[in-house]
Design a protein around this ligand. Structure first.
Ligand SMILES: Nc1nc2c(ncn2[C@@H]2O[C@H](COP(=O)(O)OP(=O)(O)OP(=O)(O)O)[C@@H](O)[C@H]2O)c(=O)[nH]1
Ligand SMILES: [Mg+2]
Length: 444
């Protein structure tokens, strides 16, 4: 599928960067060319490709490196961010609040999964404590109302429709009148092909008459590149506010998603991942791109840790992740970590760290650890507690005292700074298993 191929060729290009001894202008330019090729092969619009690659090149070469970050890491991060931006970084969940009725109308071709998605969405919001309602305006396919009614009954969500009616607009208007006091109304429409003039016209009229807050296009995730054409055709008739990609549970893994988004610029907000009513996920671009490029991120990290039911001693974990840890702590942690497999995994899942970086950074070799122990022992207590005060003259003194080079002391401090930053990042995410609180069921 398009996305998978794209993902593997981009991560292939990134691997090259990781293997390179030095990352200079030539390496970055080569990377940018590789990425261009990958995007073009995935049928991404040429102007878009130029835009993305220019941004990557610019940022990779011109941006100042944050302290403690190597050029390599920076480049990977830039690629990750730019590809994420391309997929639409922000809008994730549909904004639904109690008491402010939002109306979402689902459109798409026959069999794309609209009716299933309508019920899934209703269930999704219901589980989050909101009041959903469903309206069936599919007057085209026999049994359409029955199908939605059955799904709605299963989850106890009110549904409006009339199997005998032929007037979709009137049905919609009546339904909206009926459901004034709900938080979200989801309108299921009939499937239409872009060549079917009358149904396409009906969609336009429905949009005008019912004025939904959002028109959501349901795209079958298994159709690959056709998705872009479909999205364009629908978008031309009725502006598409967001996309739901269905059937991502098969082998598809998002085939057309990227091209569809690129074609119309509307974000994917949800993905369907199975036939059951609970098989729906809010779409988080950064997470998706992370998977695509083989780079983990915090969200999947949390999930994975949970899945493995990792039992990390709370005290230890808290200390590791507390922003206040000292050099002595760091040393202890490195030792402890060796017996704590999960933590290695935890580190690896951080964005930009899962290539060959962790081996250097996490699997600190025994002899290096020994060296660090001696270096740390040569420091005063104050310096250990607060390495910030390590000026170059202090560093020289410590180096001499421990029989090591200045460079080695600096390396240790760098490592410490990096660890601390990572800890902070983790802490900000408030890893639930640390606070002892249970995760909400749908925590993502
Ligand atoms: N595996 C899988 N199947 C799905 C998913 N979403 C929908 N389906 C299946 O796709 C088929 C069509 O789904 P519907 O929801 O009826 O599609 P529709 O767009 O309403 O179809 P029309 O109303 O005829 O246009 C059904 O067999 C669903 O069970 C999904 O996320 N995963
Ligand atoms: Mg349907």
């Amino acid at each position: 599928m398009v996305l998978e191929r794209l993902g593997s060729s981009i991560s292939g290009a990134l691997k090259k960067i990781f293997k390179a001894a030095v990352v200079d202008e030539a390496t970055v330019k080569e990377l940018v060319r590789d990425i261009q090729r990958a995007l073009l092969q995935a049928d991404v619009n040429v102007n878009l490709v130029l835009d993305i690659s220019n941004r990557i090149e610019d940022r990779a070469l011109k941006q100042d490196l944050p302290p403690g970050i190597s050029r390599k890491e920076h480049v990977v991060k830039v690629v990750y961010e730019e590809i994420t931006r391309f997929l639409g970084e922000k809008p994730v969940a549909l904004k639904v609040e109690p008491g402010k009725r939002r109306v979402v109308m689902l459109v798409g071709i026959q069999g794309s999964g609209k009716t299933t998605a309508s019920a899934k969405l209703a269930r999704y919001f219901q589980k989050r404590g909101l009041k959903p309602a469903l309206i069936c305006v599919d007057t085209f396919r026999p049994g359409a109302f029955d199908q939605l009614q059955q799904l709605a009954n299963n989850i106890g969500v009110p549904v409006y429709g009339d199997a005998k009616s032929r007037n979709a607009i009137k049905l919609g208007q009546q339904g909206l009148k009926e459901f004034q006091k709900t938080d979200i109304v989801i309108i299921d429409t009939s499937g239409r092909h872009k060549e079917e003039k009358s149904l396409i016209e009906e969609m336009k009229q429905l949009e005008r008459a019912l004025k939904p807050d959002e028109v959501m296009l349901v795209i079958d995730g298994t159709i690959g590149q056709q998705a872009a054409l479909q999205a364009k055709a629908f978008h031309e008739v009725t502006p598409i506010g967001s996309i739901l990609v269905s059937k991502l549970d098969g082998s598809a893994r998002g085939g057309g998603a990227l091209s569809a988004v690129a074609a119309i610029g509307s974000p994917i907000k949800f993905v369907g991942v199975g036939e059951k009513i609970g098989d729906i996920e809010a779409f988080v671009p950064s997470r998706f791109v992370g998977r695509l490029l083989g780079m983990g991120d915090l969200e999947s990290l949390i999930e994975k840790v949970r899945e493995a039911e990792v039992k990390i001693p709370q005290k230890k974990a808290k200390k590791i992740l507390s922003g206040k840890f000292t050099l002595t702590d760091m040393y202890e942690q490195f030792e402890a970590m060796k017996s704590m497999g999960p933590f290695k995994r935890l580190m690896q899942m951080l964005p930009g760290m899962s290539y060959n970086v962790p081996d250097e950074m996490i699997d600190v070799a025994q002899d290096r650890l020994e060296k660090w122990r001696v270096i740390i022992q040569s420091m005063t207590l104050k310096e250990r507690e607060n390495p910030k005060i390590l000026s170059s003259s202090r560093i020289r003194r410590v180096a001499r005292g421990s029989g090591s080079a200045d460079k080695e002391v600096k390396e240790l401090v760098q490592q410490y700074n990096m660890m601390r930053r990572m800890m902070k990042q983790l802490r900000r995410k408030k890893l639930p298993f640390l606070s002892g609180k249970r995760l909400p069921r749908n925590f993502k």
